[in-house]
Write a protein that binds this ligand. Structure first.
Ligand SMILES: Nc1nc2c(ncn2[C@@H]2O[C@H](COP(=O)(O)OP(=O)(O)O)[C@@H](O)[C@H]2O)c(=O)[nH]1
Ligand SMILES: [Mg+2]
Length: 313
């Protein structure tokens, strides 16, 4: 419980700028208006868009808000705050099988452009799953730079998990081939593959991912497949563009949204789920092993609006 509070605290602190950006504005609207009129709605709308929730998401939140206000015959602008929070939460529903890969024997492919936090997230996830009593293997399939392999080795050491790696410049698919063999013979619960992110060369990236996927499909068909795109939360709408590009080259099953510590663009978490229909499954709020956790919509919205979460029995 202490750990969870710690993470929530970090999330609250991390979302400070987002909160200043969105919520301070929203609060002033709630207290500044005495009636719910078009102008009131327009101001909320503007703030949500500025807070990087995106036009589409904002429209659907506003529609939901207007409908509820009408249905519940609400007259006081202040009462709209909870409705707004509820509405944002509904935009971020995870779906039932979001973490199925943790229960089954699985292969988790982590993809994304350079610098977004792939290797760090692989390391954090490996550590946490190992702590949960799972047999974890990580694969250094970013063979582009020697530093990337070293970085993952460091994380593997820290996490106490096995790593499968080859030299710099080797074929990433060959690394994955070796890693799959190791996962099978060592009865790993999960194989987590780090990859290189050279989106500037989309064709190469596509070919590389296809090849990796073919190998996993062929050599390890019984494994449950999970493919997470890592997006840097500080890049705002650009993260959305990246996610769309990766959707074209792979079957994405979820998002890891990193660097939510200290960005004013935390609203992007809502936009990603709502606009792409892909759930944000993990969020990162720092560089340490515990600074990555499962996404919890209620916690996120509470942190965003800085409402103390009630302890649930
Ligand atoms: N503040 C912060 N930094 C992060 C987070 N996740 C990753 N980083 C940092 O972002 C940088 C790039 O991370 P890395 O894992 O190497 O990215 P990759 O190129 O996608 O593998 C590193 O300095 C990480 O420590 C996060 O959630 N918060
Ligand atoms: Mg990396």
């Amino acid at each position: 419980m202490g750990e969870k509070k710690g993470f929530f605290g970090k999330l609250v602190a991390g979302l400070q700028k987002t909160r200043d950006n969105i919520i301070a504005g929203v609060d002033s609207i709630f207290s500044g208006f005495s009636a719910i009129d078009d102008e009131f709605y327009e101001e909320i709308e503007e703030i949500l868009i500025m807070g990087d929730l995106g036009i589409q998401t904002t429209m659907s939140i506003m529609e939901d808000l207007r409908r509820k206000v009408k249905e519940q015959n609400i007259k006081d602008p202040l009462e709209c705050k909870q409705l707004l929070m509820d509405s944002i939460m509904t935009q971020m529903d995870l779906g039932e099988n979001a973490y199925e890969f943790e229960k089954q024997r699985s292969v988790l492919l982590v993809i994304g452009v350079n610098g977004v936090g792939k290797t760090t997230s692989v390391g954090k996830l490996a550590g946490q799953m190992k702590d949960d009593g799972k047999k974890v293997i990580v694969a250094a399939a970013d063979t582009f730079r020697a530093a990337a392999i070293e970085q993952l080795s460091e994380w593997a050491k820290r996490a106490g998990v096995d790593i499968i790696a080859q030299q710099e410049g080797s074929d990433p698919a060959a690394v994955v081939y070796d890693a799959v063999a190791a996962a099978k013979s060592r009865h790993a619960d999960i194989l987590i593959c780090d990859t290189a992110g050279r989106l500037h060369n989309k064709k190469n990236l596509m070919e590389e991912l296809k090849k990796i996927n073919r190998i996993i499909d062929k050599e390890y068909p019984e494994a449950y497949r999970e493919t997470l795109v890592v997006l840097d939360g500080t890049t705002g709408q650009n993260a959305l563009v990246q996610a769309k590009q990766f959707m074209e080259v792979a079957d994405i099953t979820g998002i890891i949204l990193t660097k939510l510590d200290g960005t004013a663009k935390g609203g992007i978490a809502v936009a990603i789920q709502s606009e792409l229909g892909i759930p944000v499954k993990y969020i990162g709020v720092g560089e340490k092993i515990d600074d990555l956790q499962k996404f919890n919509a209620k916690e996120f919205v509470s942190a965003l609006f800085h409402v103390e979460e009630k302890e649930e029995a």
